[in-house]
Design a protein around this ligand. Structure first.
Ligand code: COA
Length: 375
């Protein structure tokens, strides 16, 4: 130690300070790019708004034109082309929007405050959705075990732990689904409302006092949960398959074949799942009926009619929405086709950009490394 001179430390510090200057320049470049990025995002949003406005005007004028006269065959063909182009452009605008930040919903603003939850990268979006599906799967397995255990053992603390888990699970789902919605998910309003209603139902169950009516309903409720957990496991299989295929679509070249393949797989998946879903809905209606009968019990409390109404609302909402999904999917085939195609174009373009960026970064890194090695 005695051989080392203090000047050497000073020299090292001077070296480090020179490197810091390089870091400062990089940081300035980074901040400039961020500012540019915000500017470009604003421009994109304005142009999307403009495109949508013009498309609306065109559609309106076309409608007026169709109503004003009989169309010739040539005009009809032109109209079909125009409609297809409008659909394609809608899908393209949706895809562009996926890379831009979106505003939070009121619910997210209340829960999370003013923090931006937009995910700008497509693969991160897919990962987040994947994570959401896995979260549901894990919690369902825990729910299945707990409800099964509750059928075997009648112990209040275990029962409360399970119901509390339901409150937390559904509440978390509402937050995650709101984040998914901000990031372009087309999840229907009903499924989100369904999870809000489920949170409320679990809350009411939590404060339902022990007594004869609860004991009469308890086993039926636990069996219902076992069944729902099993159905949700099947749903997980279906959603995972959809996600996997959508991801794969972006990597194929022959879109027509793969889109057809995707649709035939989807219909097979749906026709397997839907009977089980409807049995679940009938179970919900049966719960509503049992609770309605229990509400006439001498020891009945307010929780029983409230839960009966909530189960009835779930039965009606679920049945109607699932019945509407099928015709909607049939009608939306062309729209979906363009959405999938534009998804593939967008993914291809991003992959090319990524490869180009990686090459540039690699080149920059290797020149920096050379510089450091030389030092
Ligand atoms: N919960 C959460 N998200 C759902 C959902 C649900 N129940 N149903 C659909 N979604 C999502 C899809 O993942 C998709 O998301 P994305 O835009 O991020 O890719 C979006 O909503 C649009 O889906 P859509 O094309 O309308 O339907 P799908 O083919 O994905 O699923 C069903 C159709 C019928 C299989 C699905 O809606 C379902 O499982 N419904 C039953 C739910 C239920 O009844 N639960 C209670 C059990 S008793």
């Amino acid at each position: 130690m005695s051989n080392i001179n203090l000047d050497e430390f000073v020299k090292e510090w001077v070296d480090l300070s020179n490197e810091y200057k390089h870091l400062e320049t990089t940081n300035i470049n980074y901040l400039d790019s961020l500012e540019n990025l915000e500017l470009l995002q604003e421009q994109c949003m304005k142009q999307i708004k403009h495109q949508r406005y013009r498309m609306q005007q065109i559609s309106k004028s076309v409608k007026q034109y169709i109503n004003s006269k009989r169309l010739t065959t040539g005009e009809n063909e032109k109209l079909i082309d125009l409609n297809n182009n409008l659909l394609k452009r809608k899908a393209q605008l949706y895809e562009i929007e996926q890379g831009l930040p979106q505003k939070n919903s009121l619910y997210l603003k209340i829960i999370l405050g003013n923090v931006n939850v937009s995910i700008l990268n497509r693969s991160d979006k897919v990962r987040y959705k994947d994570d959401y599906e896995k979260f549901k799967l894990i919690l369902n397995v825990i729910g299945l075990l707990l409800s099964f255990l509750n059928i075997i053992v009648n112990y209040r603390a275990l029962e409360l732990a399970f119901i509390f888990l339901l409150v937390w699970y559904y509440c978390t789902l509402t937050i995650r689904e709101s984040i998914l919605k901000v990031n372009g998910s087309r999840i229907k309003g009903w499924w989100r409302l369904h999870h809000f209603i489920s949170t409320a139902s679990a809350g009411v169950l939590l404060v339902w006092p022990q007594g004869e009516p609860w004991q009469l309903f308890r086993t039926q409720f636990m069996l219902f949960n076992v069944y729902i957990s099993l159905v949700q496991y099947m749903q997980f299989g279906y959603q995972k398959g959809v996600l996997y295929r959508l991801k794969a679509l972006g990597e194929r070249h022959d879109m027509d074949i793969t889109i057809e393949g995707f649709h035939s797989w989807m219909w097979r998946g749906l026709s397997f799942l839907i009977p089980f879903l409807f049995i679940g809905y009938l179970f919900q209606a049966y719960n509503a009926w049992t609770l309605y009968k229990l509400s006439h019990h001498t020891d009945a409390t307010w929780q029983i009619p409230v839960l009966s109404i909530l189960f009835l609302v779930l039965f009606i909402g679920n049945t109607t929405t699932t019945m509407l999904v099928i015709p909607q999917k049939l009608r939306g085939r062309i729209k979906e086709r363009y959405r999938l195609k534009s998804l593939s174009w967008a993914m291809k373009a991003r992959r090319q950009n990524k490869t180009r960026d990686e090459t540039t970064i690699n080149n920059e890194c290797s020149s920096n490394n050379d510089r450091y090695k030389a030092e």
